[in-house]
Design a protein around this ligand. Structure first.
Ligand code: NAD
Length: 309
């Protein structure tokens, strides 16, 4: 992608699951990439310069960046609920701090927001205009409300200070390299199926998710970042292919030829019942849509987990 050749890019959170894929795609496209990451859920990536720092306190960008991607924040409920105060600090003070550094550098700021800003939605599919149905005082609030507050800050920074922003609302993303201890459905089910132990379905698995392969997501993030059309507007990036968790579990059993049982367990608190992105804006503004078939994407993850159990 010519847009990235020679570009100086900082990826905060570049040692995490999506960050590592993004860093690889950017370097493959000829960008000069530097990562800022506290390694709380990420791991050293080796290929590019890494500054180990908390985005809430880091004092300078490691290079004179033209683009700053902010992916720094634990994404899985297990990880972000482990230290909710730190999640809030990262989501709010981290974005405050990084956005000031980006503004001073004259860099574009690309925020990894989330479908969690819609909470447990009452409208399907979710368009970017849907205001959300979010619980303010619950186990997910540190993340959901933290990401909402970050968006508020960025829109106001764009309007009042001229910060050049792009906001991606990312829906469930999966693929090779996802942490084994992530705790969400796909990593848990694949490992259980490969080990021949029961797959635990919260609430019987009736809730739905729309899973986007990380290759599609990274392509979407890069085209959003390079686009002049999506200033200030949030853009949903996700796969509208909606499936129940039960069907997903059955697919994984089939693809792994596993004889594991399906076990009905108690539902997690405030777990959204349906997630389904409307991606009309991404199609219209970026010409983007997902390409990876779910069966192929899940197979790529099974191969990854089977190779390095
Ligand atoms: N994975 C998904 O399904 C998904 C969905 C929606 C949004 N997102 C967003 O995308 C981004 C990346 O998600 P991921 O799946 O790669 O998560 P991840 O947990 O694998 O990666 C997050 C990275 O950020 C780093 N980090 C966390 N707090 C930090 C801090 N205070 N300072 C510096 N670094 C810090 C971690 O060490 C890790 O390397 C997150 O912002 C997340 O909210 C992810």
């Amino acid at each position: 992608m010519d847009a990235w050749h020679g570009k100086r890019v900082v990826v905060a959170g570049g040692a995490g699951f999506i960050g590592r894929h993004l860093v690889k795609a950017l370097t493959d496209a000829g960008a000069e990439v530097a990562v800022v990451d506290d390694l709380s859920t990420g791991r050293d990536i080796g290929r590019v310069s890494l500054t180990i720092a908390d985005i809430a306190t880091v004092e300078r960008l490691p290079i004179a960046a033209e683009v700053v991607f902010n992916l720094a924040c634990p994404a899985s409920p297990r990880a972000y609920q482990a230290d909710p105060v730190q999640t809030w600090r990262t989501s709010v003070l981290g974005v405050w701090n990084l956005s000031q550094l980006a503004l001073a550098a004259g860099a574009r700021f690309v925020q990894a927001s989330t479908s969690e800003v819609y909470g447990d939605p009452l409208v399907h599919p979710q368009t970017e205009d849907y205001p959300g149905n979010v619980v303010l005082n619950g186990p997910r609030a540190c993340y959901d409300e933290g990401k909402r507050a970050a968006e508020v800050l960025l829109y106001d920074m764009a309007r009042t200070k001229g910060l050049d922003i792009r906001v991606a609302r990312i829906f469930n993303t999966y693929g090779p390299g996802m942490a084994r201890d992530d705790g969400r459905a796909l990593p848990a089910f694949i490992q259980a199926a490969l080990a021949g132990v029961p797959l635990r379905l919260e609430g019987g698995g009736a809730q739905t998710r729309s899973f986007c392969h990380v290759d599609d997501l990274v392509r979407g993030l890069m085209s959003l970042a390079a686009s002049g059309k999506a200033r200030v507007l949030p853009v949903n990036l996700g796969n509208p292919d909606e499936r129940t968790i039960l069907d997903t579990a059955k697919l994984i059993l089939r693809l792994t030829s596993s004889r594991s049982l399906l076990l009905d367990v108690e539902e997690a608190q405030n777990d959204p019942k349906r997630r389904w992105p409307d991606i009309t804006r991404a199609r219209d503004l970026l010409g983007w849509e997902p390409r990876v078939r779910f069966e192929d994407g899940v197979m790529s993850m099974i191969d990854d987990y089977a190779l390095q159990p």
